[in-house]
Design a protein around this ligand. Structure first.
Ligand code: ZN
Length: 573
């Protein structure tokens, strides 16, 4: 319903312009998405529509804005019901699930769907959730585990509210995989292949020429297997394969590899001790059986793994767990999440660490004041459909805003402050509620004489003779501008709905604190996220905030206090 979408955009643009004197497209995008969740699918188009509406509304006289605004209703929309479908064959108290990330870097937004969905289901069925580190690739540079990630991932999952019941590490279970491999070789359903690996796939899987090693007797296979373990055979000289029909429909399944030799493994947990490593499909299949996993949530892209594993399960006479497939959850190129990219950025001085606010790691999101519940809500909205989804941080921010809106204290922040001197004011202090409607958040008292700080940008837009409103305080008629200062006169207290509402900070000694807000944003359409620091002052009351606390600086957005030293905030959303 595009007309309704346009109407909603118009409504919020008017409201924003009415409340703040000018409509800021960024301030209303979350509200529009809240009413029209579908609109986020084409975010660029949505932003264009919103920007267009803002331009129109900003050119209207205030009386007209007020008139048109009165024709709209602002009803609170009921939160949508988020319900995942039931798992097939799930029995309360008997469900066992697992999530198996490779700890090859920090946990990031791309891992969250897997974590949240598994957690939701095990909670629903009072089941058991296992966090299994799938860390059996000590060769591929991008996949080599990172020691710190073994501690970071559980910590980040707990922060996300994911309740796992135990941790398993595949690299601690190599002997278990070896034992099963031996059984498979003895049983004749696996073999050691000593063919030259180059060209093997082409010849066997595509030209359907049987690999000669398939005819090895179990005795011969065990002999070769022992030579692999004793490292008489070197990397590339032998692999263990699970025997299949050469005519399997999917060529990737044919005689799939289960173990390989790595001459110089680099593993943060087991070092160079082991040179024979299971492939992911084998190790994971064994563990799902050993851990009595009943249900697996699996990315659709791992369908081949499933086909391969089912063959192994059949040989062993095991029952394969119930599988629910979900579509790929893609991160975008501008999201920096990989260990190597982050390390490079740290070396070059672009990132301060793994929690740099430009990154999309869990650490960075947490530091930026993104609430775990916002991430969960976002993941639950995506649900478990089989369609492919791309991470959209703007949707995450909109979810975060929804949660923060009613519970966050409001303060004034003034960027690039300019002095406004006001004559005729009768009061010297003021009690201001910390939230417009939530009285539980209390209030703060602000003291002032006749000078106030307003933002340089606001000051630049004020005309002489204009009546502006110092928010919460009084109307002021501007009569002079001199030496970079503005001069005004008290012009009553009645709420004149048509005047610009300016945020201000008292200029009285000790009533303000120098501070800054770090914005992380895209400066160009296709560029990476970059940091822009906005410098200014905030109210003295902010000095009582705790590090990590999120507040709302209305014209800026929700900001988290990142460091009390220098009162540095980061824009959350
Ligand atoms: Zn062979």
């Amino acid at each position: 319903m595009p007309e309704d979408l346009l109407l909603a955009i118009r409504k919020f643009a008017l409201k924003n312009a009415f409340d703040y004197g000018k409509c800021d497209p960024k301030a209303i995008v979350g509200k529009v998405i809240g009413e029209f969740p579908e609109s986020r699918k084409n975010f660029a188009d949505l932003m264009a529509k919103i920007t267009n509406a803002a331009v129109q509304v900003n050119s209207m006289p205030k009386e007209e804005i007020e008139k048109e605004l009165s024709t709209f209703h602002f009803e609170e929309k009921k939160p949508e019901e988020r319900k995942l479908p039931d798992l097939k064959g799930a029995e309360n108290g008997k469900v066992v699930m697992r999530m198996a990330p490779n700890p090859n870097g920090p946990m990031h937004i791309g891992h969250c769907r897997m974590a949240v969905l598994n957690d939701e289901y095990t909670k629903r069925y009072s089941g058991t959730l296992i966090l299994r580190f799938d860390d059996t690739d000590p060769k591929n540079e991008n996949k080599i585990p990172m020691k710190e990630a073994y501690a970071w991932m559980p910590e980040d999952m707990r922060w996300l509210g994911v309740n796992f019941h135990r941790i398993e590490r595949a690299s601690a279970r190599l002997q278990v995989y070896y034992d099963y491999c031996k059984k498979a070789l003895e049983g004749g359903f696996a073999f050691v292949c000593t063919c030259k690996q180059e060209g093997w796939s082409e010849s066997v899987r595509h030209e359907k020429k049987e690999c000669p090693c398939k005819k090895n007797s179990p005795e011969k296979n065990l002999e070769l297997w022992n030579k692999m373990l004793s490292w008489e055979l070197k990397q590339g000289e032998a692999v263990v394969r699970v025997k299949t029909d050469v005519n399997e429909k999917n060529p990737a399944v044919v005689d799939w590899p289960a173990f390989r030799i790595i001459d110089a493994p680099e593993h943060p947990m087991v070092g160079k001790e082991f040179k024979v490593w299971p492939m992911l499909d084998f190790a994971s299949a064994i563990d799902d059986f050993e851990f009595k996993v009943t249900h697996i949530l699996r990315g659709k892209d791992l369908l081949v793994s499933q086909e391969r594993q089912k063959i192994l399960y059949k040989y062993f006479g095991w029952t394969y767990p119930n599988v629910t497939l979900y579509g790929k959850f893609l991160t975008t190129d501008d999201m920096v999440i990989s260990k190597s990219k982050i390390n490079a950025g740290i070396r070059e001085g672009r990132f301060s660490g793994f929690d740099d606010p430009q990154l999309s790691t869990m650490k960075a999101l947490r530091r930026r004041g993104i609430l775990p519940q916002a991430i969960r809500n976002y993941m639950l909205n995506i649900g478990i459909s089989e369609s492919e989804t791309t991470v959209d941080l703007n949707i995450l921010y909109a979810e975060n805003k929804k949660l923060l809106e009613t519970s966050t204290e409001h303060y004034f922040f003034v960027e690039n402050p300019i002095v406004l001197k006001v004559r005729g004011l009768q009061v010297k202090n003021l009690e201001i509620p910390k939230h417009p409607t939530n009285k539980e958040l209390g209030s703060r008292r602000v003291h002032f004489d006749d000078e106030f700080l307003i933002s340089g940008k606001d000051a630049g837009e004020i005309r002489l003779e204009e009546v502006i409103r110092l928010k919460e305080l009084a109307n002021v008629k501007i009569y002079k501008q001199e030496n970079g200062k503005l001069f005004g006169e008290y012009a009553g207290n009645d709420l004149i709905k048509t005047s610009k509402k300016l945020h201000w900070v008292s200029a009285k000694f000790g009533e303000q604190v120098n501070s800054s807000i770090l914005f992380v944003e895209k400066l160009t359409e296709t560029g990476p996220l970059e940091k822009v620091e906005h410098k200014g002052v905030c109210e003295k009351a902010c000095s009582e905030l705790k590090q990590g606390q999120v507040v709302q600086f209305e014209r800026m957005g929700f900001c988290v206090l990142d460091s009390k030293d220098g009162m540095k905030f980061i824009l959350s959303c």
